[in-house]
Design a protein around this ligand. Structure first.
Ligand code: DX5
Ligand code: ZN
Length: 229
């Protein structure tokens, strides 16, 4: 199973974001995760399309994974696609026609993803699985970095992985986001996750490349251990 590591720019030194983007690109990570918060869907504000454009301009070969924590993602998705997003994640709990928004993102040739808050059950994503390239399971309440990982989310990963396999979607990327470090990445991989968003656990490291490699190795070793498939 392909394992992907996605450093989250939210934890980077915001005094030198371009340099931090170059550091991520040099680390061997599969993509850069960009958190977009509208101070409505979540109680925080973060970046806008200009930061996405800066990241894409600075490291054009590094895929940009845009996580829209917005009540109305359908009104802003185009601006992030124009800015160079490789993948656009929208929340299942957003106030929009999720299926129509996914269709519009795919029509633009951009990868699609749906995100579930901790309280949203796994089954809520089943009807969208054939419309997405990835599913993002929040392992903290969205809105801030540096929070504690919620172990109660582990069974949700296995339910989604089993349903994806039942549908023949073997390549579906199941990501986790929030409180991810090498240890919690291994626990998530054991339950079927193969994509790992990490902010504070990676950005406090002097050697980001070694941190990314260690997280990938721990996940690859543990992958599927709890699935019994
Ligand atoms: C939180 C964001 C996460 C966050 C992860 O709402 O979606 O991407 O930046 O940060 P850590 O890894 O520090 O929990
Ligand atoms: Zn995120």
């Amino acid at each position: 199973m392909d394992i992907a590591i996605l450093p989250s720019l939210l934890a980077a030194d915001c005094g030198c974001l371009a340099e931090e983007c170059r550091r991520i690109a040099a680390s061997g990570a599969e993509a850069l995760h960009l958190d977009i918060m509208d101070a409505h869907f979540v109680p925080n504000l973060s970046f806008g399309p200009d930061v996405a454009a800066m990241a894409h301009r600075t490291v054009p070969l590094l895929p940009l994974n845009v996580h829209l924590m917005m009540t109305e993602p359908h009104r802003y998705a185009a601006r992030f696609m124009d800015a160079g997003a490789d993948t656009v994640q929208i929340h299942l709990e957003a106030a929009c026609d999720v299926s129509a928004t996914l269709t519009e993102i795919r029509r633009r040739g951009v990868r699609t993803g749906v995100t579930l808050k901790p309280a949203t059950p796994a089954e809520a994503v089943f009807r969208f699985l054939t419309q997405v390239d990835e599913v993002l399971v929040m392992t903290v309440e969205p809105g801030y970095g540096g929070q504690t990982f919620m172990h109660a989310m582990l069974p949700k990963l296995a339910v989604i992985r089993r349903e994806a396999s039942r549908l023949g979607l073997e390549n579906l990327r199941i990501l986790v986001d929030g409180g991810i470090n090498t240890e919690t990445a291994a626990a998530c991989a054991a339950h079927g996750a193969n994509g790992f968003v990490a902010g504070s656990a990676l950005f406090h490291l002097a050697d980001l490349q070694a941190g990314v490699a260690a997280m990938r190795a721990a996940a690859a070793t543990a992958y599927g251990r709890e699935l019994g498939m």
